[in-house]
Design a protein around this ligand. Structure first.
Ligand SMILES: *Cc1c(COP(=O)(O)O)cnc(C)c1O
Length: 427
C-alpha cells in the first residue's frame, strides 16, 4: 500500500546518491505492493480504515487537530487529500530542488494560482517580473484585481534600486506581500536575479514576510534551484520537462514543509490536486528526466549556434549566447544557472509573413505550443502564446511579429539543423 514519509527519514539523511539515481525507487516500498518493482496506479477514490480509531487518528492529523506523534505518517484517507502516486511523486520532486516538501497539481496554472491565492489577501500587492507566461499574466491582471489584489511589474535589467524606488513612489511598498518571478522569461530568455529579488522583498512589506516564488519551468528542476538563492517557492508546469512527452498536463510547487503544508491545505479545498494516473505518468517521466534534458540542451546549443550566424536570422535569444559584454546577464547566468537550457527564440529577418513561411516549411519540427518535450516544437509567440498580452508590452519586450520560439527535443541534431536550414531557405 503506502510508503514511509520522507521527512527526516534515515533513507534520505544517509544518502550520497544523486537525484537521478533515486528516481526509480525513492519513497516506494515494493513489499507494500505485492513486490511490484514499479509503483502501481492507485486508481481509487477512498481508502479502507482498519478500525474506527484509525480513521479518527488519520483525520486528526489531516485536519491539523493535533500534531503528528513521533514517527507517525499521515494515513491515507481520500484521494483529494492524499494518494500514494502523488505522495511518492512529491517526495521525488523534492530531491532535485533539495526542498523539504512538494505539492503536485493537475496543471502548472493551478500550482501558480493556488500558491498566490494562499499567500495573498484583499488589499495586498503582488510584485512580478515581466514578461511572464500568458496564463500567469492573465491571472495577475484580470483575476487577482477582482479579489482586491493589485500588481506592480518590473523588467529584466532594471536595477534593484530602480525597482525599490518605483515601488516606494507608488505608495504601495508596505502592502507588497508576494513577488513572482519568471526566469529565464518566456519566450525571450531574459534573466532575473533571484537573490536580488529576495533582498528587494526583505525591504518591502512593512516588516511582514514577503514571499518569493520563481516559475522554474524553463530551466528546472535540473539547471536552476531557486530555493538555494532565497526563493520560498520553486514552481513548475510539470507539463513541460518533468512530464516531457507532451501527453500530460500537471504542475508542482516545492518549498519548506511549513509553507507547502499551507499550499496543500488550500489545495484540498480547491480540489485541484493531480489524479493518480497523472501521478503515475510523472513518476515514469522522472526516471529519464536527466538524460532527456541533457540531450535537449546539447541539441539546443548546436541549434542556437547555427541560427546565430544565419543571414536570415536577426537575433537569437539563448542564455548560452550571453557574453561577458552583457555584464548583468552574464553575472546572473553564472551565479544562478547550471546550463543554458533547451529553449531558443529568434527574430527572422522580416515580419509575420516570413516567420509564418518558416513555421509552415518545417518538416520534422512540429508547429505547436508547449515546450520541454522529447519532440522539437516551434511556435509564433506574438500571435499564439502571447496573443492575449498587452500588445504594447509585447513590443517592448521584443515579442514581435518576427519572433519564433523553438523548444528543442531529443532528435538527431543534424536532422534538426537540416530542417531549420531548409525552412529558412523558403523565407
Ligand atoms: C506552460 C507554462 C505554464 C502553465 O502550465 P500548464 O501546465 O499549462 O498549466 C506556466 N509557466 C510557464 C513558464 C509555462 O511554460
Amino acid at each position: 500500500m503506502s510508503k514511509k514519509k520522507n521527512n527526516g527519514s534515515p533513507e534520505r539523511d544517509a544518502r550520497s546518491f544523486r537525484p537521478e539515481s533515486m528516481m526509480m525507487s525513492y519513497g516506494y516500498k515494493p513489499e507494500l505492493s505485492e513486490g511490484a518493482i514499479k509503483c502501481p496506479i492507485f486508481q481509487t477514490s477512498t481508502f479502507v480504515f482498519q478500525s474506527a480509531e484509525e480513521g479518527k487518528d488519520f483525520f486528526e492529523v489531516a485536519y491539523g487537530l493535533r500534531e503528528k506523534r513521533a514517527g507517525e505518517s499521515p494515513g491515507l484517507i481520500y484521494s483529494r487529500i492524499n494518494n500514494p502516486d502523488l505522495e511518492i511523486l512529491e517526495d521525488r520532486l523534492t530531491l532535485w530542488d533539495n526542498a523539504e516538501d512538494a505539492a503536485v497539481f493537475e496543471s502548472g496554472m493551478s500550482a501558480i494560482t493556488t500558491t498566490m491565492l494562499e499567500f495573498l489577501n484583499p488589499g495586498d500587492v503582488l510584485l512580478h517580473s515581466s514578461p511572464v507566461y500568458g496564463g500567469t499574466d492573465h491571472f495577475i491582471h484580470h483575476i487577482l484585481p477582482r479579489f482586491g489584489i493589485e500588481s506592480i511589474s518590473f523588467v529584466a535589467g532594471e536595477s534593484s534600486e530602480t525597482i525599490l524606488s518605483r515601488v516606494k513612489e507608488s505608495g504601495k511598498a508596505d502592502r507588497v506581500r508576494f513577488i513572482h518571478v519568471e526566469t529565464p522569461a518566456n519566450p525571450t530568455n531574459t534573466l532575473i536575479d533571484i537573490e536580488a529579488c529576495r533582498k528587494i522583498g526583505d525591504q518591502l512589506g512593512n516588516g511582514e514576510k514577503v514571499y518569493l516564488a520563481v516559475d522554474n519551468t524553463y530551466l528546472g528542476p535540473l539547471w536552476q534551484h531557486p530555493l538555494k538563492h532565497g526563493a520560498d517557492f520553486s514552481i513548475y508546469s510539470a507539463t513541460k520537462y518533468i512530464g516531457g512527452h507532451s501527453d500530460v498536463i500537471a504542475g508542482a510547487v516545492c518549498g519548506s514543509s511549513e509553507l507547502i503544508k499551507r499550499v496543500k491545505t488550500f489545495r484540498t479545498f480547491l480540489g485541484n490536486m493531480a489524479g493518480p494516473w497523472t501521478g503515475w505518468l510523472l513518476l515514469r517521466s522522472l526516471e529519464t528526466l536527466k538524460v532527456r534534458m541533457e540531450q535537449q540542451c546539447e541539441n539546443a546549443k548546436t541549434v542556437a549556434n547555427f541560427l546565430n550566424v544565419h543571414p536570415k536570422v536577426e537575433r537569437v535569444n539563448y542564455p548560452g549566447l550571453i557574453t561577458e559584454k552583457n555584464q548583468v546577464a552574464w553575472e546572473i547566468f553564472n551565479k544562478q544557472c547550471d546550463a543554458p537550457g533547451a529553449m531558443v527564440s529568434f527574430d527572422v529577418v522580416g515580419g509575420e509573413k516570413e516567420a509564418f513561411t518558416f513555421l509552415n516549411s518545417l518538416q520534422i519540427i512540429k508547429l505547436a505550443v508547449s515546450l520541454g518535450s522529447t519532440e522539437s516544437l516551434a511556435e509564433h509567440p506574438y500571435t499564439m502564446t502571447h496573443a492575449g498580452c498587452d500588445p504594447e508590452h509585447n513590443q517592448k519586450f521584443g515579442i514581435t511579429e518576427k519572433l519564433v520560439r523553438l523548444s528543442v527535443g531529443v532528435e538527431n541534431v543534424d536532422d534538426l539543423v537540416w530542417d531549420i536550414s531548409q525552412a529558412l531557405d523558403q523565407v
